[in-house]
Design a protein around this ligand. Sequence first.
Ligand code: ADP
Length: 639
Amino acid sequence: MPSLRILVVEDEAIVAKDIQNRLKHMGYDVPSVAHTGEDAIRYAGETLPDLILMDIRLKGQMDGIEAAERIHDRWDIPVIYLTAYSDEKTLERAKATTPGAYLSKPFEDRDLRIAIEITQYRCQMEKRLKASEEKFRTIFKNANDGILYLDERGTILDANDKIGAIFGYRKEEAVGKHFAIPRTFSAPKQAELSALYQKAVSDGFARLASLDGVHTDGHPICVEASCQVIERENGERGAILVVRDITERRRAETALRESEEKYRTVVNNNPDTVWIGEQGKGIAFISPSAQAIHGYTPEELLLNGARIWLESIHPDDRQKAKNALEALEEKGVFFAIEHRFKKKDGQWVWLYARAVNAFEKDGKRFFYGLTSDITDRKRAEEETARVKAMEEADRLKTALLASVSHELRTPLTAIKGLASTLVQADVEWPPETQKEFLEVINKESDILVHLVNDLLDMSQLETRTLRLEKTKCRISSIINQLADKLKGITREHQLEIDVALDLPPIYADEVRIGQVIINLVQNAASYSEKGTRIRLEGQRANRDIMVSVTDQGIGIPSQYLGKVFERFYRLESGVARRRGGSGLGLAISKEIINFHEGAIMAESEEGKGSRFSFTLPIGEDAECLENIKPTLSDKKPRI
Ligand code: ADP
């Protein structure tokens, strides 16, 4: 620690020198010695010593007290007076300058040291006190809270500006009044404040979480108050009351509570289940209606929601639900799916589940969605669809009856006409005419047989009594066997057959597959101009054999393309009418292919032509069968 720097002011040079020496001996630093009051002021300003030893009596205009006063005014340097004798008046004057100490000459080194150290100590204490007061003042002035300084009876001694802002009165109006100001607080609130004060008096500290009052401009305010009992400078008890304005906070809290209540009412009374799921974790929240919709309590679903959901979903809908859930979890893709669900009591319902939004909270990702019971709607839809289907079937059957009667009557009329002509007793027809008539009768009978066969097939398919004779066979051999028939059908067209020889065998009913091929080629011929090309192809398509028939005919408008496989469906075009037919051919073909676990499809462009294809799965042991050399009938058919 650097030694204390002391300025000695003494007009007697010898005395001054002596004091200087004694001080130095004691370890103090004496940078200068002044002999007059004026010098003292000057040196004090120049060297800013820590302490001044000031002789009261000085030669010249100014005595030590005046010099000390001036120095005190400007630099606040503590002073110890030195004097040999002094009258009462001088002492009074000296006292008024609050000196650190007062030493009578002559003095011992010990007294001098004690005086210096006490002064030094007091000076430091004063500085600290000042600093702490300054700190308190700053806090008091700038605090965000209102602060009241109260005496023992609760009278306001001081208040900061914030108090004015909170309650609306000026600090001057508040000082001198009791802190529970009637204008601000109603009688019960004043009582609460008094109780707070009493509690603080007994416990030292007390707090009130919220207290309602009224601002001077009339608006309601709410404050939080805490009271700390202190001892005042005069030794009496006092208190510091800190008041925090929580009006805004309370308003926000109330608004939040109200909005939460509203939200809860909406969620809890919503007939749909509202749920929140945490990514990778499961259900985080589910509304009470879950109980009615799923049959499980919200608690059960919270614990095991995703598992219960997937396990209770109808097997046919499960994959769809799994995919939706995965896409949501992994890619954040929202979903909306309808699925069947088995409630806890075993009852099946239709649910409409959808994930509609996502949000982040505390670094976690959540999704929320709704689930509704749509069983009633679904039942109504199913009922409507069933009624519609029945109506449609009814309509089709009526149409069929009309159509069948018509189709039956046309050939029958011809047969009947020709037959009765032939049996007329009085006419002897030349043999060639008879043959001609019989040929027509034969052809018309064929049409009748074909129609009746179609009807029989259809009724067998409908009653599921059609029997398939499946054998291991090759598509090329089926086509080979049909060669004559195909040739007949496409007499007026150019038929091209392209069937790969190395196609693996299939398990199929050769006759029925042949029937499908004939039907497709027959249609191709019926709905295209003479001389146009008809292509029959057979090839491998992955694990299937695909057969297709392509024509260059009238085609099918795209809006009807899906309908051609329906029973009794016939395009209302002139060509279709002219050609006759039951509208059953493709429906029968489709059923036959379905029975073989294959698929049939149509592509067409109106005016350009159509392409009908069907696939048949390759037999299980096809790979080893493939190596078998084709037999004679497996040869590429040539017509
Ligand atoms: P139909 O006995 O009337 O031929 P199908 O079931 O075989 O009955 O065919 C249903 C309808 O599909 C036909 O009436 C016709 O309008 C249409 N159709 C079928 N094949 C073709 C084709 N190759 N080109 C154009 N239209 C076709």
